[in-house]
Ligand binder design. Structure first.
Ligand SMILES: Cc1cc2nc3c(=O)[nH]c(=O)nc-3n(C[C@H](O)[C@H](O)[C@H](O)COP(=O)(O)OP(=O)(O)OC[C@H]3O[C@@H](n4cnc5c(N)ncnc54)[C@H](O)[C@@H]3O)c2cc1C
Length: 502
């Protein structure tokens, strides 16, 4: 028999070398070592609290992950752009001291239509870039350019902080919609454009007032959709636009990929004294007298069955359903609350992701002057044609069918190419075209279960694998189909195909 009080061992590098006892106490115990859990830990530890982060996987970072499916070729399987760049945490936690480096792109994005029109939107530092391109196709974008110009620099940061980093008003406080923090900021920074009507509008309605060229509006709406606030939600015009501004404010990505950002946060949390245990899935949150008092680790954790007590709070930084239904359990919850948690439906799509290695950048059959090599957009929306196509794709994704019904050639891809600006992503002479994103219905919502999408592939052409075929087997890259010229030596990172050998 092992005496618990004598059990000690060393732990992983992320925890630092030290002694681990079977029972420990901290002020705060945080479940989940993604960027939210580790950031919170860094703040709490910096404020003088003893803090422990428990991460199920062998490494922290969660969705901020990098992998090298082929040695030397680095991809972001999940998050790829720094939406959080305007957050106060970068300054408050002094992340640059812990190795955070951002690479800024000359052109953050672009869009190409099926019939070959192309626009580069430039970056935050080149506000007139998009306007110059749009004017090749329309003279009606001045209003939008004016609005964007008024949001440049610190104004954009202030608006984004008001939208995404300001706590909500207390629920019992009376306030008018015009008192919302972001409405106040808009009144201040863009008085010539601000209208109370924006409070009721959708993003589509707002863009329709400013621009008369549909492809650029479709690209904006797609970016808003990817960021969470759908462009047709009433009253969400500014939050939806804010989603796209998050990308614009970042105007780049962490050097080396998103996991380098996670490392800066982890180093910061450790430097302030946080204890981080990896390989430590939490099985249960201990509830006593209606309060969370600690956690018990799973049987397959490095410290199987270990109990860790929290004197002040247990914080879960994993999703609400897993937290409430699995870690806390319905015995500790009001039945109506349990039902409300079960009813949570994220209503989102699933991102189908592909990564390719090439020796050329993708060449679109388009008005190619828009994409000079040294200003190649890091993310191209393709094809960005019409609201009609965007809505058809949205309907497919939200209606939870496993097989999209829209003509697959009209489903819009986001094609990202970080290495144009960040040489750490791959060796000289190669490019990593990654990620290529496509919104799909979530497999989890399939009436026949999450694996049905795979089982259905052979007899149901529009389903999952066909999207892969569309991208990888040249339908989209073929010279004559959709405008992409075939990049030379196309390799599929996912299948580790290398020809010629790398
Ligand atoms: C395909 C894709 C693309 C995206 N693109 C972007 C982008 O470009 N830019 C951007 O900013 N965001 C993007 N996101 C969103 C971003 O990844 C998430 O918002 C972010 O990862 C959320 O961080 P988090 O810490 O809340 O949760 P997560 O990153 O999910 O971390 C949760 C952590 O908890 C751990 N965990 C779970 N259960 C337990 C348990 N029982 N015990 C212990 N640990 C547990 C998990 O292993 C994980 O490490 C993307 C997401 C996806 C999926």
């Amino acid at each position: 028999m092992i005496r618990k009080d004598l059990l000690t061992t060393t732990c992983s590098w992320e925890a630092g070398v030290g002694e681990i006892h079977m029972d420990e106490r901290f002020d705060f115990v945080i479940v989940g070592g993604g960027h939210n859990g580790t950031t919170l830990a860094a703040y709490l530890a910096k404020s003088g609290y003893s803090t422990c982060v428990l991460e199920a996987r062998p490494e922290c970072g969660g969705g901020q992950e990098n992998t090298e499916p082929v040695p030397g070729f680095r991809i972001d399987p999940h998050a790829t752009y720094l939406y959080g760049g305007a957050a106060p945490g970068f300054e408050q936690l002094e992340l640059w001291k812990y190795g955070f480096r951002q690479v800024y792109y000359k052109s953050m994005g672009g869009m190409v239509t099926s019939d070959g029109q192309a626009v580069s939107i430039g970056a935050r530092f080149s506000p007139d870039r998009a306007q110059a391109d749009i004017e090749r196709y329309t003279s009606g974008g001045q209003g939008f350019a004016g609005l964007m110009n008024s949001l440049m620099g610190d104004s954009m940061k202030e608006l984004l902080r008001a939208l995404f980093w300001t706590p909500p008003y207390p629920h019992d406080m009376d306030f008018e919609p015009g008192d919302l923090p972001w409405a106040q900021v808009m009144r201040k920074i863009a008085p010539a454009f601000w209208s109370e009507r924006f409070l009721d509008m959708t993003l589509v309605e707002m863009l329709d007032e400013f621009i008369d060229w549909e492809p650029i509006k479709v690209a904006q709406c797609l970016a808003a959709w990817y960021c969470g606030a759908h462009p047709t939600w009433e009253g969400q015009a500014l939050p939806s636009l804010g989603g796209t501004l998050l990308l614009g404010y970042g105007s780049g990505a962490p050097r080396g990929g998103m996991h380098t950002y996670a490392h800066a946060i982890i180093r910061c949390a450790l430097a302030h004294g946080t204890r981080i245990l990896t390989n430590s899935p939490v099985r249960e949150i201990i509830v006593q007298d209606g309060k969370a008092r600690g956690v018990i680790l799973d049987e397959d954790a490095s410290f199987a069955g270990k109990t860790i007590w929290a004197d002040k709070a247990v914080v879960s930084a994993v999703d609400a359903q897993a937290t409430m239904l699995n870690l806390i359990g319905k015995d500790h919850l009001d039945p109506s609350f349990t039902q409300r948690v079960k009813d949570i439906n994220l209503k989102g799509g699933s991102l189908y992701v592909i990564s390719l290695i090439t020796t050329e950048m993708p060449k679109y059959k388009a008005d190619i002057d828009a994409f000079p090599y040294e200003e190649y957009p890091s993310c191209v929306v393709y094809p960005s044609d019409s609201y009609e196509n965007l809505y058809a794709q949205t309907r497919d994704v939200y209606s939870k069918k496993s097989a999209p019904e829209i003509d697959i050639d009209h489903m819009t891809l986001m094609v990202c190419t970080h290495d144009q600006y960040d040489p750490t992503r791959c060796p000289d002479g190669y490019h990593v075209i990654s990620p290529i994103y496509l919104q799909m219905p979530p497999p989890e919502y399939d009436v026949d279960g999450p694996d049905a999408v795979h089982r259905r592939v052979p007899e149901d052409p529009p389903a999952g694998r066909t999207q892969h075929e569309r991208i990888d087997n040249s339908r989209c890259f073929r010279e004559h189909s959709m405008g992409f010229r075939v990049p030379q030596h196309r390799h599929d990172c996912r299948e580790l195909v290398c020809d010629p050998p790398l």
